[in-house]
Design a protein around this ligand. Sequence first.
Ligand SMILES: [Cu+2]
Length: 652
Amino acid sequence: MTKDISRATALGVALLMNQAAAGIVDGLLGGGSSISEGSEGSEGGDSISPNVRKFQLNVTEIQTSLDGGDVRSMFALNGRPFNGADAIVIDEGDVVEIEYINSASTNSTMHAHGITQQGSMYSDGVPGVSQHPIQPGQNFTYTWQANEYGLYWLHDHVREEYQDGKAMPLYIRPKEDRQTPFHSFTNDSNALQSLTKQDRDPQIITLADYTTLNGTAQKTMSEEWHSELLCYDSILINNHGRKNCPSMDKLKSYADANSNALIAADFITAKGCPDIKQSTPAVPENVTLDADIWYDCTETNTTLPRFEFEWTSDGSDGSEQWGVLQMVSAASHWSYIVSIDEHPVYIYAQDGHYHTMPTSAPADAFEMVIGERLAVAFKLHTPGEYAVRVAVLNAPQILAAHATIKYGDAETVFVKEEGLPPLPASIPSINYGGGVVKENATVVESTQLLAYDAPAVPKPHQKADHTLIFTLQYDGTLYWGMSDNGAYVEQYDMAKQNAETPALFDMQGYLDASSTAHYPAHSVVDVVFITNGTTPQPPHPMHFHGLHRHLLATGTLTGDWNYTDVADFDAKHPDTINWINPAYIDTFNTPTSMPDAPSYLITRFQAGDAEPTLLHCHIGSHKAQGMEYLLIAQGEQPDIPTYYHKKAAGEL
Ligand SMILES: [Cu+2]
């Protein structure tokens, strides 16, 4: 299967390169806010003559505010930060060409998060791995074939600047003959039709944490504070932010209920943040903490995003009507818990693949971690408007954002609580502190979904061809690392981003480099994450570039990881590993660890062709401090088009 995909991709690229050579590149730069697109090829493209979809993304710098607060510097894609949260929408099978034009003052790259890039790793957008950083005034054209479907996320991969505006969603509409899992929660023909239609043209929600400090300033300030930034201003929902300021009494009660040890009622600020001078011993006495960043809350009054759904009948004929939302977490730091008042959801896709729920019960709330994409379906029952709540989950900050869903033409009654926006008078399942308030609520975590159309797990109950045990560790207040050799805190050398020759163009030369592991192409590889150490650790959203992987098991250990390999673990803990239909994803959230309770998470996959791929924690500050590793599948590499060789050699 991998070989077929490679061939199709190579064909698509060859086609594209021929057209480029013939000067048929007709995508024009957008004058303002929209993406410019050119298109070529046959209708309903297939692997022989795919549609070629061309886009240009021009990066500039602007001054703006996305939450009604102070204006800050941001990057804009075609005139708007995050391209206004508007997605590039293509069809499964299309060849996509994205010309990334860097008109900003810092270098960058564009990674298509979740796209497997089999046979096209030269378009993975990782500095020092698949290309050089794109310098100001330069451009770079990414080309790949959409062999996947579902929701993805384009984002910069240099430093921490994706959070400053250089990111946006990308949606691949599934082929019409794709089997969907909708029948697992409804048999109603009207519902099935509507779900299929909405899945092809979904409403997309992008979530992100937002602050007036840009990524680079955050890093500089962190070193001065001896603490990461643990205090964001707002959560963006499709670029709409609102600075909320609940009463101190409320904030204190949420802090008490929050399980994170870094926040408590004794030292919470009006912004819902820890007063790190009291909570974190490493913070120097004499350091100045900016009041706007850590303490003072100034409520803003921006409008709430509203997502409307079709409501055509009064339901008296018994036919069902449903809503669908596709969501991506584009956050840089926090995990979220999400809930729609009075509308339990069936999560049916995760990281671009159809999945099913862990049990037959719908979720009153669900977790979303950085880089994760989820699709949710919910039954419409009583016309009206309902609050959508997004809260930071078990982190050292109390913060939430709101949107609404609406269907039918009933007039909405709004109620306003101190420091919050006027919200529909709907009944919540979660509160502002991320706590569950509905009785007997079902909450689904990111690691619990089951694959619906993934490939079978290779070598069930057997040892993989290659096992990598990664220890995720923490060193002091600021430094994170990971290693596959038991060494304490290996940190990825960020100077590699500017390496003379990116790894893709000298794989042999990188085999023995620091923060690098390798295995044979096409071999079955287990990656086990162990989170331990004397300091409690938060969950780490570990993201694999390249192929998706099966999530075999995750949990807490009573002692060290004392197993020779995953087959040994399986033998000693029968029925712990799901060999049948585990989640098939690209972002794996490791469980919280405590000093006496390390956590583990086991992944397996069958490697593709020879290629270098990155593995990293997606928390911006963890990645920036070195929580990153290079994985090399060794063997004969697929061909790389001349354009990318020339780019790597600095000849273009
Ligand atoms: Cu991390």
